[in-house]
Write a protein of this length. Structure first.
Length: 641
């Protein structure tokens, strides 16, 4: 059986005449403008899709008369994501193309939320929020660059309950890192002394308090072995050619690791002790209290096979209950978010599936449909009926029952990496932004924005709201010297066309694509904005003008635990206003590969008066507030001692 990597490359070759393999090649010494491909069906479909979506919006029952604008230049942010040569110039179909995170926290305690961009090649960058949508690079003084390693995920949390946000970063075989914050945005690498120096193909990670002892513990996902020991020019380990057949090789599995926080900056691997052993290629995971017993449960994604749900048994052990709750999961699960999409007080589950979309090219007109799978049963390790072939939105019916409603509600998308969730139009119903796209050597793919129509359906709104098309559709992918016999021969060996008819140094252009995203109020005007980390490209700083278009009613809630962990991770907050109840679970999960420390944002729709706020703390305590609650403010709620 051919490897998946070969199949994907074969697919790209077959689509050469009609898609985008003939990417723009531009002589750098000629000063000519990039010649973007004329035969990219994704790009060519954009005007028609925009027109159709604008027409469809006339029937929307949700508020959509506002826009996002990319304010990257105005923000002052100059970060650019750089991918390893293994996935750009050398075109190896491997897991490096999963990219890196963007995460947010107030690192210096000034009340403004700062942005941490994770990078593969070169250093990560921390940008201080100066207010008014302006940012300043403080990476050097913060000490969190980790230059020289191939970085993947980032998670902020207060590991020692001292009131500031510490930082954990994963890498690909470079050793993961934990940074302690001094409260002023200066970080110290304490990885070795705390016991977190794992070296693996690490990916997503998150902090949570699995045993409710008041200290946040740490869960680290490890994908599986997809590299050789040989190193490439960027210090990356060279990818195994059949990396996407990894699920067929038992010797390549790497399991997630759960670290218990022992206090005094010490962590202990308790994975086996608590019974966690999910089998799969886990790129990301998340947690929620699905059974309402006060203990956080874990959902592990598998990007090539069955995902795994583990139920927490009183903080002592975890028991797998996947088949009971989720008998069918997406085969190629990539991103995850628990949230209450229909405001019934129960946490629903949204999973996006990118790998299933790599089986076949559906064309832009079929992107809202489930994937047409061409793989064999032996390759997928089961039958097609065992899995969901696309995104899954599990509606929580209560009493441990879920129904999958993604098609019915319009939540299917194409080439998705991960969702970020927030009430973008402040109407009281959480919306979804999905970072998407595949870049070289594939066609242009859109980022998706789904407006929540009162839990009844999701309306496609990325064109309506100015998310698409991006300011620039293509980005420099790699430089090549077509006069160099070795480089030319290497491209010919890959059946690449980038040197056909070319000589001298050239730049190959590729469609832009996003990997990670985060939703938060970056300019503090009361509405939510979006920041992306685009693969091998500059980010997008998508600023909303909602607050300038209509009068808003909202509330931001910051939790401060005392008996519970300081961040209040694992707490449930209910805001009651106008006869409605808005429920949020504080998991910090802000996007693919990322965990942020941000206020919980409640859009209140047309209601200006808040009746009460209820907080269920991880410690088991219940708190009710009925006075001192005002709209359009940030409310800090401290757990009673």
């Amino acid at each position: 059986m051919r490897s998946r990597g070969n199949r994907l490359l074969s697919l790209a070759k077959r689509l050469l005449p009609v898609v985008i393999l003939v990417l723009a090649v531009v002589a750098t010494d000629s000063g000519s403008r990039p010649r973007y491909p004329e035969d990219d069906m994704g790009k060519d479909s954009l005007p028609g899709r925009k027109k159709a979506q604008m027409e469809a919006a006339k029937q929307f029952r949700v508020f959509y008369q506002f826009q996002f604008s990319d304010k990257l230049k105005e923000s002052g942010i100059t970060f650019t994501d750089h991918a390893v040569d293994d996935v750009t110039k050398h075109m190896r179909m491997g897991h490096y193309d999963h990219g890196s995170a963007v995460a947010v926290a107030d690192v210096d305690g000034d009340g403004l939320y700062d942005i941490y961009f994770v990078n593969q090649v070169g250093g990560n960058e921390l940008w201080k929020n100066l207010g008014g949508g302006k940012f300043k690079n403080i990476t050097q003084e913060a000490g969190v660059a980790l230059a020289g390693r191939i970085k993947v995920a980032a998670a902020f949390a207060d590991i020692d309950n001292d009131g500031d946000q510490d930082l954990f970063v994963t890498t690909v075989r470079g050793g993961n890192a934990l940074f302690e914050n001094d409260g002023r945005g200066h970080f110290k690498d304490i990885t070795q002394e705390v016991g977190l120096s794992l070296i693996a193909h690490s990916s997503g990670a998150f902090f949570f308090d699995y045993d409710n002892d008041g200290l946040v513990d740490l869960l680290v996902c490890n994908v599986g072995k997809y590299t050789y020991d040989e190193k490439g020019p960027n210090g990356e380990y060279v990818g195994i050619p059949n990396a996407f057949d990894g699920h067929l090789h038992l010797d390549r599995f790497e399991y997630p690791v759960l670290y218990k926080n022992l206090g005094h900056n010490r962590f202990k691997d308790v994975t086996a002790e608590v019974g966690l052993s999910p089998h799969g290629w886990c790129g990301d995971a998340s947690f929620s209290d699905l059974d309402g017993d006060g203990w956080p449960d874990i959902f592990f994604l598998n990007m090539q096979g069955h995902s795994h749900y583990y139920e927490n048994q009183g903080g002592k052990k975890f028991v797998e209950k996947t088949h009971q709750y989720f008998p069918r999961t997406p085969w190629g699960a990539m991103g995850i978010k628990f949230f209450d999409y229909d405001n019934d007080g129960l946490m629903d589950l949204f999973i996006v599936d990118m790998h299933s979309d790599m089986s076949d090219e559906p064309g832009p007109e079929n992107e809202k449909k489930k994937s047409n799978i061409t793989w064999t049963d032996s390759y997928i390790q089961g039958t097609k009926s065992d899995y969901i072939w696309g995104n899954a939105l599990y509606h929580n019916l209560g009493n441990g029952k879920f129904e999958e409603v993604s098609d019915r509600l319009g939540a299917e998308t194409y080439w998705p990496w991960g969702p970020s969730v927030g009430d973008l139009n402040a109407d009281g119903w959480d919306d979804i932004f999905i970072a998407s796209g595949m870049s070289y050597p594939y066609r242009y793919g859109i980022n998706s924005l789904l407006l929540n129509d009162r839990g009844k359906q999701f309306d496609d709104a990325e064109f309506v709201l100015g998310i698409e098309p991006r300011k620039s559709l293509y980005t420099p992918w790699f430089e090549i010297d077509c006069s160099d016999p070795q480089e030319r021969a290497a491209q010919e060996k890959l059946d690449s066309k980038v040197c056909v008819g070319q000589s001298g140094k050239s730049i190959v252009m590729a469609p832009r694509s996003s990997r990670s995203s985060v939703i938060f109020d970056l300019d503090n005007d009361g509405d939510l904005d979006i920041v992306t980390n685009d693969f091998n490209s500059e980010p997008q700083v998508l600023v909303s003008n909602l607050a300038q278009r209509k009068k808003l009613h909202w509330l931001k809630v910051i939790l401060e635990g005392t008996s519970s962990n300081r961040n209040g991770l694992g707490a449930t907050v209910r805001v009651r206003a106008g006869g409605q109840t808005y429920t949020k679970y504080n998991d910090g999960k802000s996007g693919y590969l990322a965990q942020s420390v941000l206020p919980l944002y409640f859009g209140l729709g047309e209601f200006a008066k808040i009746d009460r706020i209820e907080v269920d703390w991880p410690s088991g305590g219940k708190q009710i507030l009925t006075t001192g609650i005002e709209e359009n403010r940030t409310l800090r709620i401290t757990e009673p001692k």
